[in-house]
Write a protein that binds this ligand. Structure first.
Ligand SMILES: [Zn+2]
Length: 357
């Protein structure tokens, strides 16, 4: 049995301590013969709250590529991934000691011909409740709906399903013990989902002031995926010729992006850090999302908490590095509270007590 020692400043408390790792767990009782592995600022393992392990531009990827994606995330310090929909069966990742911990959502549930090809199950309203039950059983406590997408008939963003169908879908998921989250770019989709008791909103660019207050009061989380919504001008440009209304909507949503995120923050909505790795984003970019959230105006301390201890607690894991907690943490050379940029350069990544990077 090798015991490792990490002397440093342990967050979130900010105290100088000697952290020891024995048998995959944290201890503060000095074991005999502990070797010093690294020193610095010690942060509970980061959480990518919106990730798509097993997904690439064309849909599902093979297991070798899943592994490369997971390693890229892990080496960037993301040790707990909240999958937000994947067509690949990634359950095997959970049996691998060297890969990040993974909370899966099953496959995206989208409307027929109204999502990216090969990503989700594309279905009609009457099929949604049965598919929700199926994905709730297949996942690890989350179901992912594509709340809205471009409707070619309307030429604009439109909710994927009618309000009563969303409500039934959320009821069925909850009955199966799963929480529900939804991809939401536009405005129209949000009120029916919030009124039906959804648990989390992804992107959320259409949120209004009254809705962020409703979210805060009901404890609905928001993963704003700021790197992803930065691409809206590109989507608007691509759609301008064929879908001018859609193009205008995307520009308008982009223009309100900062206002939405800051009003959610001011209302006290719990926000988490999601790279959207696996779809149009690549894996291993959680630091970029943390920086993007700070650049849009969120306090760095809140972003760091969301990316680490608060995100972990939200997903049911040990928030901090308490005695006996699983030894999942990242060591940095500088204080990330003072400089989030250091998240790009982990000194050491420790997962299940093993130095993996
Ligand atoms: Zn996504």
């Amino acid at each position: 049995m090798t015991a490792l020692r990490f002397p440093g400043v342990v967050l979130p408390e900010g105290e100088h301590r000697d952290v020891f790792v024995v048998d995959g767990r944290i201890t503060y009782e000095r074991p005999a013969g502990a070797e010093t592995a690294a020193t610095g600022w010690i942060v509970p393992g980061l959480v990518d709250a919106h990730n798509h392990l097993g997904l690439d531009d064309g849909g599902a990827v093979d297991d070798d590529e899943v592994e490369r994606q997971a390693v890229a995330d892990r080496d960037a310090g993301a040790l707990l991934l909240r999958d937000c929909g994947s067509p690949a069966d990634t359950r095997w990742v959970q049996d691998r000691e060297d890969l990040p911990r993974l909370i899966r959502a099953g496959r995206h549930l989208a409307r027929t011909r109204r999502y990216i090809r090969n990503f989700g199950h594309e279905i009609e309203p009457e099929e949604l409740p049965a598919y929700v039950a199926q994905e709730a059983r297949a996942g690890d406590g989350w179901v992912k709906l594509v709340g809205d997408w471009i409707s070619r008939e309307k030429g604009d963003l439109a909710p994927s399903f009618p309000p009563e169908v969303f409500a039934e879908a959320i009821r069925v998921a909850h009955e199966h013990g799963a929480k529900v989250t939804a991809h939401c770019f536009g405005r129209e989709v949000l009120q029916p989902l919030l009124d039906a008791g959804i648990d989390c909103i992804e992107h959320g660019t259409g949120l209004g002031t009254d809705q962020v207050e409703q979210m805060a009061a009901a404890g609905v989380a928001l993963v704003p995926t700021v790197m992803q919504t930065a691409k809206f001008p590109g989507f608007a440009a691509d759609g301008r010729a064929r879908f001018p209304a859609y193009s205008g909507t995307m520009e308008e949503l982009y223009a309100r992006r900062r206002e939405v995120v800051m009003s959610a923050h001011e209302a006290g909505v719990a926000m988490y850090v999601g790279s959207d790795g696996g779809g149009p984003q690549r894996h291993g970019h959680l630091a970029g999302e943390a920086l993007a959230m700070a650049e849009i105006g969120l306090p760095s301390a809140d972003v760091l908490a969301a990316a680490s201890w608060r995100g972990r607690a939200w997903l049911g894991w040990n928030a901090g590095l308490d005695e006996g907690a699983p030894a999942d943490f990242v060591v940095y050379d500088r204080d990330p509270r003072a400089d989030l940029g250091v998240l790009y350069e982990p000194r050491r990544v420790v997962l299940r007590g093993r130095v993996v990077a």
